[in-house]
Design a protein around this ligand. Structure first.
Ligand SMILES: *[C@@H]1O[C@H](CO)[C@@H](O)[C@H](O)[C@H]1NC(C)=O
Ligand SMILES: *[C@@H]1O[C@H](CO)[C@@H](O)[C@H](O)[C@H]1NC(C)=O
Ligand SMILES: *[C@@H]1O[C@H](CO)[C@@H](O)[C@H](O)[C@H]1NC(C)=O
Ligand SMILES: *[C@@H]1O[C@H](CO)[C@@H](O)[C@H](O)[C@H]1NC(C)=O
Length: 525
């Protein structure tokens, strides 16, 4: 009896708790493509023919059983595919037919709640992809049987059909339909007060019933902007929108309507610079378009979703297999401003091309935790999580977990210290980085840092290699650059208790050998 009461109180608390932007800023997100992550039976030999666009068998239960694969990489949140009921074969989840039923291919409501609980017990958040722009009907737009679209059964809940012919006409983008004669996508009339009220009631139901902590909102640019503030208020949780457009002045202003958007402008710059080796100045300009240029309407760079792969675009490795380039891109993504997002398979160096080729089944990797990029990602998350906790004020959230409220790292906007065409020196709080796009065949050389402002007389560690440097009288160091690898520099004091480079948890100061046991960098005394 006592147990029952406690459980009831606990579940009440869960329902009441809503994770907001402050809670999400310190998170890092692993994007799961539900059908392709893990199966309930745990079978890692199950075939998945991506070309055929069919279900491959991934489920919420399969994901729950493999959460440690994600947790051990240091992620603190998981984004899953849309959960609503779909037309046949819509394994991706973007062709919904009924807002109030779940996609039974992925599991039951009980499975989903169980996944949410499992995540929460690991101090991780659940982000769910939602699609307020459209429903779907397998057929031509003029043949849509509205009776089948359960929540909105009448044609007048939708815009009348028109194709999007001119993507430069925003009205057209918002009121006309996505899709074609294979898949019509009736465009929900979200500016209609009755329809908006229905949508708001739905999102409140979805979030509270499934203990969701945040939303990734699909096709944001196809919906009237004014729809979002009440929608996100009703959801009561953090909202990150997909505005799939590289122009800063188009994408960033959407941050006035929701907490966050996926940073597509930065995505294009990251791929140009690290994948195609374009001039580093390209990345410098892209960074400034949010942090320095108020005209783009970029409200808060520390809440943007930073990524360079997802289920809609060719993977990084589809163009280059160079491991050092992708390691630089990952370091930039995960240790810069913004909430980092890594798409399943990046850590296994998957190389699929454009949709549907970038949707490979993760289980074919056998969930290898020894692959170079799995280890690199885990290390970057470890560094980020440590630095966030270091020197921050904290509070306990409703799950009883400690959350960094204001951290000198999180509140510090990335600063460009110096750059050439191939190297970039950055600082975000306690983390300084030297990134390179020379690639893995680059020679070994010495780079003199500029503007790092390390404490004079201190020791600094390159935490990716555990190389140790002594700071000179100008607060700079001479960094050993090797094989085009990224360099992540942190003062040794900051690493105390991190378990990084021999800076053991709880380990006290050891004389001369100092805090950490790393090798000395070649240019240190
Ligand atoms: C977010 O929620 C926390 C409590 O969990 C609260 O302290 C904080 O002020 C909220 N932040 C915003 C921006 O609403
Ligand atoms: C933009 O599209 C809307 C809706 O189709 C149309 O009414 C309007 O004339 C278009 N505007 C321009 C400038 O083409
Ligand atoms: C890139 O993707 C295409 C499919 O879009 C594929 O044919 C090609 O083999 C991929 N390249 C690599 C290096 O895997
Ligand atoms: C890289 O960009 C900078 C700044 O625009 C420019 O001065 C430099 O010449 C460029 N370098 C190369 C190799 O293109």
């Amino acid at each position: 009896m006592r147990f029952l009461v406690t459980a009831a109180v606990a579940s009440l608390l869960q329902v009441c708790f809503a994770a907001n932007a402050t809670d999400w800023r310190s998170r890092s997100i692993y994007q799961v493509f539900t059908d392709r992550f893990a199966r309930t039976d745990g079978n890692t030999a199950a075939p998945c023919d991506v070309a055929n666009n069919l279900y491959c068998g991934g489920t919420w239960k399969g994901l729950e059983r493999k959460l440690d694969y994600i947790k051990n990489m240091g992620f603190t949140a998981v984004w899953i595919s849309p959960i609503t009921e779909q037309v046949a074969n819509a394994y991706h989840g973007y062709y919904q037919t009924d807002l109030y039923s779940l996609n039974s291919n992925f599991g039951t409501a009980r499975d989903l709640r169980s996944l949410a609980s499992a995540l929460h017990s690991k101090n991780m958040y659940l982000m769910v992809d939602v699609v307020p722009n459209h429903m779907a009907f397998a057929g031509c737009p003029d043949k849509v049987d509205y009776g089948r679209l359960k929540t909105f059964k009448h044609a007048d809940h939708f815009h009348s059909y028109c194709p999007i012919l001119n993507p430069g006409n925003q009205t057209e983008v918002e009121v006309c339909w996505l899709g074609d004669c294979n898949m019509a996508m009736p465009d929900i009339k979200t500016e209609h007060p009755h329809v908006a009220r229905e949508m708001n009631a739905w999102i409140r139901w979805l979030v509270t019933n499934h203990n969701i902590d945040g939303l990734r909102i699909d096709s944001v640019k196809n919906v009237n902007k004014g729809f979002f503030p009440p929608f996100c208020r009703s959801a009561g949780v953090f909202c990150m929108g997909e505005v799939s457009e590289g122009h800063a002045a188009y994408t960033y202003p959407y941050q006035a309507y929701m907490d966050s958007v996926l940073d597509y402008p930065l995505y294009y710059a990251i791929t140009r610079v690290f994948q195609q080796k374009s001039n580093m100045s390209d990345l410098v300009v892209a960074l400034a378009s949010c942090t320095e240029n108020r005209e783009t309407g970029c409200k808060d760079s520390t809440l943007l979703g930073t990524f360079f792969e997802n289920h809609d675009n060719p993977r990084f490795a589809n163009m280059t297999q160079d491991l050092s380039l992708v390691k630089n891109a990952l370091a930039f993504t995960m240790l810069g401003d913004g909430i980092p997002i890594v798409y399943q398979g990046q850590e296994q160096h998957y190389a699929g091309g454009d949709d549907p080729w970038c949707r490979e089944a993760l289980w074919s990797s056998k969930f290898d935790t020894t692959s170079p990029l799995y280890k690199h990602t885990a290390l970057l998350n470890h560094i980020r999580n440590h630095v966030i906790a270091h020197g921050s004020s904290r509070f306990r959230n409703h799950y009883g977990h400690v959350v960094a409220e204001s951290s000198t790292y999180l509140g510090y906007q990335t600063r460009v210290l110096a750059y050439t065409a191939t190297e970039l020196q950055l600082r975000k709080g306690a983390i300084r980085m030297v990134l390179s796009n020379q690639g893995e065949h680059a020679p070994t050389w010495t780079l003199k840092t500029q503007g790092m402002e390390f404490g004079k007389g201190k020791a600094v560690l390159d935490v990716l290699r555990c190389a140790r440097y002594a700071v000179d009288g100008n607060g700079e160091i001479d960094v050993n650059m090797r094989s085009g690898e990224p360099v992540v520099l942190v003062e040794e004091d900051v690493l105390r208790g991190s378990d990084l480079c021999g800076c053991e948890r709880g380990g006290g100061l050891r004389r001369y050998q100092a805090v950490c046991g790393g090798e000395w960098g070649p240019h240190s005394p």
